[in-house]
Design a protein around this ligand. Structure first.
Ligand code: 0WD
Length: 257
């Protein structure tokens, strides 16, 4: 029996089969969880429907996190399918305008770029947790999000996304404090670089992959399977004593100088 048997998980952020959310879905499905999915826009709808079908799910809901009405509608529709609640919320969403994640921090900085990056990449975690909260009562719930080393260190090109990830990690801690009394845990995985659609927007990304391969203690980059397995664990009762944490899944890169 898988360690997520009997759990229901809502997975956001699938944009392709290379998405980190796809790796998390795969691991959660393997461990016995029942899955539901969201897609950002019509362009992604059929792709997410196909992924859902592979996991035996026909719960596929639209969700652009920049729109409050869509957030409300998503959880309302989910409640019609899972009317006695659900256990796991996976937030695998981030966005920054391309010009803001290339070159010098100040060159791509505008009030609009800063606000948009924080809105989609950090505020959305709190907004989704707030909307999910009523349905996660009394079930040992777990919320998981994805961060990156740029939250802690000033990395070339990552720029405003690093500032948004710092906000995301602080949001994890405040959510954990707020929701702990309700038995809901909130954690982040800080993943090493993985070639996905979002990552290809970051200038110099290939160079970063090579640098990690050469310098990480494990001398390799991580895969979406590596991240998926740890994500499944963190959202399971095996991790019942862990909340408010940022867990690195990066082949050890963050510990080297
Ligand atoms: O190296 C990497 N790939 C790392 C990614 C290292 C460490 C962390 N992460 C994080 C990302 O910052 C993000 O938070 O992992 C999370 C998932 O990213 P991913 O799997 O690397 O990227 P991708 O497959 O592109 O999925 C992210 C998706 C978007 O894809 P695109 O590329 O189309 O922007 O986030 C979704 C969207 O589908 N997304 C939204 N969903 C709902 N509403 C929105 C939105 N407004 N904006 C983006």
């Amino acid at each position: 029996m898988g360690f997520l048997q009997g759990k229901r998980a809502l997975i956001t952020g699938i944009a392709s089969e290379r998405s980190i959310a796809s790796g998390i879905a795969e691991a959660m499905h393997r461990e016995g969880a029942e899955l539901a999915f969201t897609y950002q826009n019509d362009k992604l709808k059929s792709r997410v429907e196909k992924a859902a079908a592979e996991y035996g799910s026909d719960i596929v809901l639209p969700l652009d996190v920049s729109d409050d009405a869509q957030i409300a509608a998503c959880f309302e529709q989910l409640g019609q399918r899972w009317n006695d609640g659900f256990d796991i919320l996976v937030h695998a969403i981030a966005f920054a305008p391309r010009e803001a994640i290339a070159g010098q921090f100040l060159d791509g900085l505008t009030r609009e770029n800063f606000a948009l990056s924080h809105d989609i990449s950090a505020y959305s975690l709190a907004a989704l947790a707030k909307a999910a909260r009523p349905a996660m009562q009394g079930r040992k719930g777990a919320v998981l999000t994805l961060s990156y080393l740029g939250a802690e260190r000033a990395l070339q090109n990552y720029n405003v996304m690093g500032v948004a990830k710092a906000s995301l990690e602080a949001t994890v801690r405040y959510l954990a404090l707020n929701l702990g009394a309700e038995g809901i845990r909130v954690n982040a995985i800080s993943a090493g670089p993985i070639k996905t659609l979002a990552a290809s927007g970051i200038a110099g990304f290939r160079k970063i992959l090579g640098h990690v391969e050469a310098n990480a203690p494990l001398r390799r980059t991580v895969t979406i399977e590596d991240v998926g397995n740890v994500g499944a664990f963190l959202c399971s009762d095996l991790a019942a004593g862990v909340t408010g944490e940022v867990t690195y899944v990066d082949a050890g890169y963050n510990i080297v100088g």
